[in-house]
Write a protein that binds this ligand. Structure first.
Ligand SMILES: Cc1cc2nc3c(=O)[nH]c(=O)nc-3n(C[C@H](O)[C@H](O)[C@H](O)COP(=O)(O)OP(=O)(O)OC[C@H]3O[C@@H](n4cnc5c(N)ncnc54)[C@H](O)[C@@H]3O)c2cc1C
Length: 336
């Protein structure tokens, strides 16, 4: 099979290293190599991602920047301390770029349809993330605007992960250390309340801004991102909604989605079912987030949903790299 991989984010780059040898693959990336960048806070769970990265032939430990011990969750009137179990930041840009090394990548080629340079391929993978350039638009997509600064300073106020959820759980502000006096300070919020906050941080802590980046995140779950196919196009990663809605966490899920695609290459219905099943909990988390955002949240009505989300997070501490305690979860979910 001749496969075109459109988009070289984490999903596209990982896929290029996971496609079985009997197939050939070429990648198309709309940015030039010099302008290409992995917009992200670079936070992930080391024990979990290390296994995925190893499958692609890389050693994750070589890319780790900061190993977290605890995460401060600032609720305004109270600060929670969450024990971390493998949450780290890593040089996502370097690892993703290394994954493209030796592959055929057509830089600076924006693909908008499957005619022209796509016509010689049997399968075209839409790994374009938020853009979802080759698949039909998602109806009532939930997209959270975000902005992030990569900063450097001798006066950084924290030595570990910090997040501050916005009232209504419409997003959160974050501080992710990157080692060597650098950090990602950013925020994603449906109501854009972070405007001014990042600049204030830069001023207060005398930061040099190394990079200003931002793009919205799709938190619509796979269940609401169908179809995953259109003709010879098949979607993978954030283009089909693999972002955990409460956290905006999309690195590991995009890679898991790639593994499902590789496992079911050539059998679309099996891939579709596998994605819907694997990311089933995302639809529940989305329902909760949506209810909060729309001001429709009722503890009485939603406690079974909340309980199943808690049990899922609690049982997957290695997957998310953090310990989830009932009392903390309850406060975050209900107080804001
Ligand atoms: C500010 C921010 C912080 C985040 N922080 C975290 C975090 O700390 N941890 C975490 O797990 N997740 C995080 N996420 C989410 C995570 O980064 C994404 O969900 C994940 O990168 C999605 O991977 P992807 O490969 O599907 O898409 P992307 O990484 O978006 O890659 C898509 C690629 O396709 C290219 N492209 C788009 N359209 C076309 C086209 N028509 N033709 C050719 N190329 C095209 C783009 O240039 C891009 O290179 C964050 C997201 C944002 C925005």
């Amino acid at each position: 099979m001749r496969i075109a991989v459109v988009g070289t984010g984490v999903a596209g780059a990982y896929l290029l290293n996971r496609i079985p040898k009997e197939h050939t693959a070429e990648a198309f990336e709309m940015r030039t190599e010099a302008n290409w960048y992995t917009v992200c806070a670079w936070g992930t769970s080391q024990p979990f991602i290390a296994r995925l990265v190893k499958q692609a032939g890389f050693n994750f430990d070589d890319y780790v920047l900061h190993k977290g011990r605890r995460m401060l969750v600032d609720l305004g009137d109270e600060q929670l301390e969450i024990k971390l179990r493998g949450l780290v930041t890593y040089d996502k840009h370097r690892l993703t770029h290394d994954m493209l090394e030796g592959k055929v990548v057509h830089w600076g080629e924006q693909v908008k349809h499957v005619d022209g340079n796509m016509s010689g391929f049997d399968t075209v993978v839409d790994a374009t993330g938020l853009q979802r350039s080759l698949l039909p638009k998602v109806k009532s997509d939930l997209i959270i605007p975000s902005l992030e600064y990569q900063v450097k300073s001798k006066e950084l106020p924290y030595d570990d992960f910090v997040i501050r959820p916005y009232p209504g759980l419409t997003g959160y502000w974050w501080y992710f250390p990157l080692g060597d006096g650098t950090a990602h300070v950013g925020a994603g919020d449906l109501r854009g309340r972070y405007r001014g906050e990042l600049d204030k941080f830069v001023k207060d802590y005398k930061c040099e801004v190394l990079r200003r980046i931002g793009r919205p995140v799709r938190v619509t779950p796979p269940k609401l991102c169908e179809p995953f196919f259109d003709g010879k196009v098949v979607g993978v990663g954030e283009s089909v909604g693999t972002v955990y809605p409460m956290l905006g966490e999309g690195i590991i899920p995009s890679m898991q989605c790639v593994d499902l695609l590789v496992e079911h290459l050539g059998d679309r219905e099996a891939y579709r079912k596998a994605v819907l099943e694997h990311f089933e909990i995302y639809a529940k988390v989305y329902r909760f987030v949506r209810a909060k955002v729309d001001g429709r949240f009722s503890l009485l009505r939603m406690w079974p949903t909340l309980l199943s989300i808690f049990l899922y997070m609690h049982g997957n501490s290695e997957r998310y790299g953090l310990e989830t305690r009932m009392a903390d979860f309850y406060k975050i979910a209900t107080r804001l």
